[in-house]
Every structure is written in C-alpha cells, then in structure tokens.
Design a binder for this molecule. Structure first.
Ligand SMILES: [Zn+2]
Length: 206
C-alpha cells in the first residue's frame, strides 16, 4: 500500500541541511543535493518557519543519495547528520522542541528518556498534523515509533534504512539521560513493516 506523500516544513529541511553541511562540508552537501534533485537548495537554505518545503519522498531520496555518495561510510555519515540535527534543534528550535528552560536532573533516567522522545513526537506533530508517531513504554525497553517516517518514504530494503533517525534519537537520549545508549531500528517501513521502530537499548558507557 502506497503511503501518502507527506509535506516536510521549512524548519525541518533547514535543520537537516545545516546538519548535513556540518558533517559533509559544503561540497559534499552540494553534490548530494544535485544528485537528489534538490539543487534549488544549493547555497540557499529554507527559512526557519513552518511553511511547506518538500515532499517526504524527496527527503527520502536525499537520504538515499547520501548513502550512495559515501558507500560503506554512508550509514555512519547519516547517523552523524542525525546527531547534528538534534543538536541544531536544541540550539535553534528549543521552543518548537519544548526544551527551553527544562531541567531533567532530578528525574529517573527512563522518565528523562521518555520526556525527550515525547517532545520529539509533539514537535513533529506541530509541523504536520498528519504525522503518526508515538512512544511505547509498555515493554522492558522504551521505543519510539513512526508510521509516517519520511526518511524511508517510497524506499524498499531488506534491512532498516533510517540511520539519520537513529542518530537523532541517539543524541536526544544522550542529551536527556546524560549518557549514550544504543539505538536499534527493529522495524522499518522500507522492509514492509507497518512502522519504523527504534528501541532504546543498553547504556554504552561503563
Ligand atoms: Zn523509516
């Protein structure tokens, strides 16, 4: 069943492009923009607002193009871009993300993690009411799910492909918990699953 091609707003595209440029450099980003039909953004990032910018399928092509451009290193690049995206969101979009002035230190770790994941869901829904994302707290491990994931819109793969999302969630969890946790994409729409599901695994530090 084909999913409806959702719209991604300027602020989120800007976030992704700033992050990608930080990680890949201007030349790398421009090459990928040209190869994914997004040349209009070369030297011309969208403004920080909630107006419609691109289709989800174009965003998915941009992700696929980064993987192709870097080959075996593509996955790591996408994770780093995801990490930089979350850092950008905290720095430039703290109000949208609902983290301005928030202090989590006194909360247990699981609650801190749930807090930031719920903020990510809420922020995404603010940019597009059709977004279907949620946090599953019923299992031993907390999980973040989205059935409208833009990263894999229109893509098919035998393995999960939403590495940029893994990077963003990983940085969000590190920001909230104060230490890194393993993030595992257990389900992916590109594999034919009904949603992309990211499980928050073990803490990475000793
Ligand atoms: Zn996905």
């Amino acid at each position: 069943m084909a999913r409806e091609d959702a719209v991604i707003v300027n602020a989120l595209v800007r976030q992704a492009l700033v992050a990608a440029q930080e990680v890949m450099g201007e030349n790398g980003l421009n090459a990928v923009l040209r190869s994914s039909g997004l040349e209009r953004f070369v030297g011309n990032f969208p403004p920080e607002d909630l107006n419609p910018s691109i289709q989800a399928s174009q965003y998915a092509r941009f992700n696929a193009a980064i993987e192709e451009f870097y080959g075996r290193g593509g996955r790591g690049m996408l994770k780093r871009i995801g990490k930089a995206s979350f850092e950008y969101a905290v720095r430039e979009q703290a109000t949208l993300l609902g983290v301005a002035g928030v202090a989590l230190k006194l909360l247990p770790e699981r609650q801190r993690i749930k807090f930031i994941l719920n903020q990510m869901v809420a922020a995404l829904k603010k940019t597009n009411a059709q977004v279907d994302a949620w946090v599953d707290d019923s299992g031993e491990r907390v999980a973040y799910l989205e059935s409208t994931c833009a990263i894999c819109q229109g893509r098919t793969s035998e393995t999960p492909v939403c590495h940029l999302y893994v990077g963003s969630i990983g940085e969000a969890v590190r920001w909230a918990a104060g230490r890194a946790h393993e993030i595992i994409e257990t389900h992916c729409l590109a594999k034919g699953d009904p949603y992309c599901r990211f499980e928050i695994g073990e803490a990475k530090d000793a």
